[in-house]
Write a protein that binds this ligand. Sequence first.
Ligand code: MSP
Length: 534
Amino acid sequence: MEPMANPRSFFLTTPIFYVNDAPHIGHAYTEVAADVLARWHRQGGDDTWFLTGTDEHGQKILRTATANGVEPKEWADRLVESAWKPLLDTINISNDDFIRTTDARHEEGVAKFLQKLYDDGHVYAGEFEALYCVGCEEFKPKSEILDGTGEFEGEKVCAIHSKPLELLQEKNYFFKMSAFQDRLLALYEERPDFVQPASARNEVVAFVQQGLEDLSISRTSFDWGVPIPWDSSHVTYVWFDALLNYVTAIGYGRDDAEFDRRWPASHLVGKDILRFHAVIWPAMLMAAGIEVPDHVFAHGWLLVGGEKMSKSKLTGIAPNEITDTFGADAFRYYFMRAVSFGHDGSFSWEDLAARYHAELANGFGNLASRVLAMNAKYFEGRVPAPLEEQAEHADDAEIRELAASVAARADERIEAFAIHEAIAAVWELVDALNGYITEQEPWVLAKDPGQRDRLASVLYTASEGLRALAELLSPVIPEAAQKLWAALGAEETLGELAAQPIREAGRWRRLPAGVQQHPLAGLFPRIETDGSAK
Ligand code: MSP
């Protein structure tokens, strides 16, 4: 036998979330997208590592903690335990690691990285005066500074937060980022898929072409951060600290074997933090002599009432407001299917309820329960034996071929981060199977003993279709897929669902005939909505 090739490494990250407040569905959206990709790659046999975590230093967190009368670390602990870790359960996230920027492994890695940049001459001390937005934790570029109106008349405000900017004048350490302008432009040119989608790439290229300035990487006016290793009167700028989580979590400066196994990463980020990831981060890595990431993919915003959903603008919706009623699977499915990944998408309760009923309850859930009920009724709950392959009916062949094509296209779309298109491809099989059942009318065939073989083939084809769907939908709706898998009798014969090679989901005749199946409780029960808020 050929020796097995080493599996391909797939290291995927989400942004690490600020712990100044509890999560809303915008945060959950990034997590779910990353989780679907990670589960898909894991099931595809890739050496997958999925990292998420929390961003706990900086002025924003310090101010929130102080306003609540507690030390920042105590505040961060509280929010991580009461809000951010529970979020991962609420929406069924399968992360392999959770990094906090207050972890010793992180703080030590940050210090090592900084010291290296300093020793190699990429850092200098300087005076600085500029307008800072604490909401963004950023000195704002001119293009994002606006004249305030109303209560902020006469002040300069942040274009994103609409709040006044603060004029800071400090002695800072600077990272010579400007020196990397040409190398960055060459990177975007040589690797057009480094920043995705194309609109994000264009924005980044235009930004860097305007000219890069050096980056202030330390602060002296407060001490909630990682001390600068050669000058403890400064703490590290929170973004510089935060970006490094992607390497400190996998052993930077601590465990070279682990680091080499995982790095480089693919980063998923919201478009509001694209510049940090597509400009500052690769420049930092270049300075340290580390390979740049594989990809930086910027997704859009969830909009509520036409605006970016945010708690500060009082449009925040907590994820469990949705999952309490519709469940985690529906949450995951809805946002991945209804929003084109890479573009903004509007959330509404009406749209969620409509898709839940049309697609999950009537489209998929019904298909599964009908087929299993017919197997129970006509074949004593066993997977029926199909006719031999040479006698395959053209309609059955069509389903088999569609399953193979759908599985291949979905995988190709996932590789390209087009999650919504991957799900749409899989749904072609859901729709085709529903149409197939309607046309074949197994309940009519069942009345004619002469059609017993045909009935068996039709229900075998439908059962195999469900087997393929369970495998392909497992990354998106893991709970429902697992219930279906168990009901099909696949667990006993094919093993765990998560262990099924997703890239072979379209291969036919996997479910052995004669296997005992099990009753299936409604996968997506109807939900009575009062037509108003939910
Ligand atoms: N702490 C930084 C990230 C550091 S990564 C080294 C941060 N945190 S955040 O909590 O403010 O945002 C985290 C992610 O949530 C970002 O990707 C952001 O785009 C995303 N979202 C916040 N509101 C959102 C929507 N309304 N819609 C979609 N995603 C949004 O930034």
